[in-house]
Design a protein around this ligand. Sequence first.
Ligand code: GTP
Ligand code: MG
Length: 335
Amino acid sequence: MKSIETLIEEMRSGSRRALARLISQVENETPDGQHALKLLYPHTGNAATVGITGAPGTGKSSLVNTMTKELRRRDKTVAVVAVDPTSPFSGGAVLGDRFRMNDLAGDKGVFIRSMATRGNLGGLARATFDVVRVLDAAGFDYVLIETVGAGQSEVDIAKAAQTTVVVEAPGLGDDIQAIKAGILEIADIIVVNKADRPGVKNTVRALRAMLDLGHRQKMVAHHGQLMLMQDGPDTEPEYDFWRVPIIQTIAVEDDGIAKVIDKIEEHGEHLRETGMDSDRERLRLETELVDRLQDALLRDLLDKTGPDELEALLQQIINREVDPASAVRQLVSAS
Ligand SMILES: Nc1nc2c(ncn2[C@@H]2O[C@H](COP(=O)(O)OP(=O)(O)OP(=O)(O)O)[C@@H](O)[C@H]2O)c(=O)[nH]1
Ligand SMILES: [Mg+2]
């Protein structure tokens, strides 16, 4: 058994085997994995991280595949993390995804990893952040993170990337799927994929209208006055605001993908120029710190309390002998 230090050294000099082994340790939260994260953390913060999220079947995996190829044409190395909360196959690639990614196999500049369910979605999010850190420290230029935008945790994962791409497709009914899932507001870039399908113009128009509305509200909130409301729809604000682009693509035909990559690069530059990259990172890390703290404290408390004591207390609450808030105070002060 190689030491973690040796594995890290091998990983940093390009060994894919060492990388895969380190990721497994990190994913499984072994003591070695935790030690590895501690050693790797100072080497993170260099990769461009891109979250790709959207309703099921909109073409996220197909996009990730063609985006990876385009990035390779631009001489960038790419790691892909496919987060599939529904897959019961721990650590194994989803069959369809693996099939579509086949043509990338054998390229040393590409690394693909699937993340599957662990105990809970919060745990999945934390494990994903850790795996992304390992890939970042391994020196990949880009880390693409695919998540199905179905619930809050998936949205949180996508939001943790520097740039978030929300994928839509026409013909999913009149409702824009992203609105339902509440992911439109986290989009830095919107991709309307399956542009070969009917209804694409309507989808783009509806999205633009909704974005402009949100944009306007943000501007108003920002300035705390209604003045900007009187501006025409095409007036650009004076201060630097990123106008979320809507790009049409046909992922299966590699159509529009170069433009998506251009916009991702442009967004990265925008973040750096405005200093928003460090603001966003601070916010991300603060959120993660609080989340990990909550998780650790709760686990610690549950360890100390034990299921019997908890059950007894629950019964008292059910019997109207203790109210829930007092029960919590009792648990916290006893631990
Ligand atoms: N017509 C058309 N079909 C597409 C396009 N992009 C993807 N598809 C097809 O749509 C289906 C779903 O594509 P995926 O890439 O698996 O979509 P996904 O969003 O990753 O799906 P989940 O991960 O299951 O949520 C596949 O059959 C693709 O071949 C496109 O641009 N046009
Ligand atoms: Mg997929």
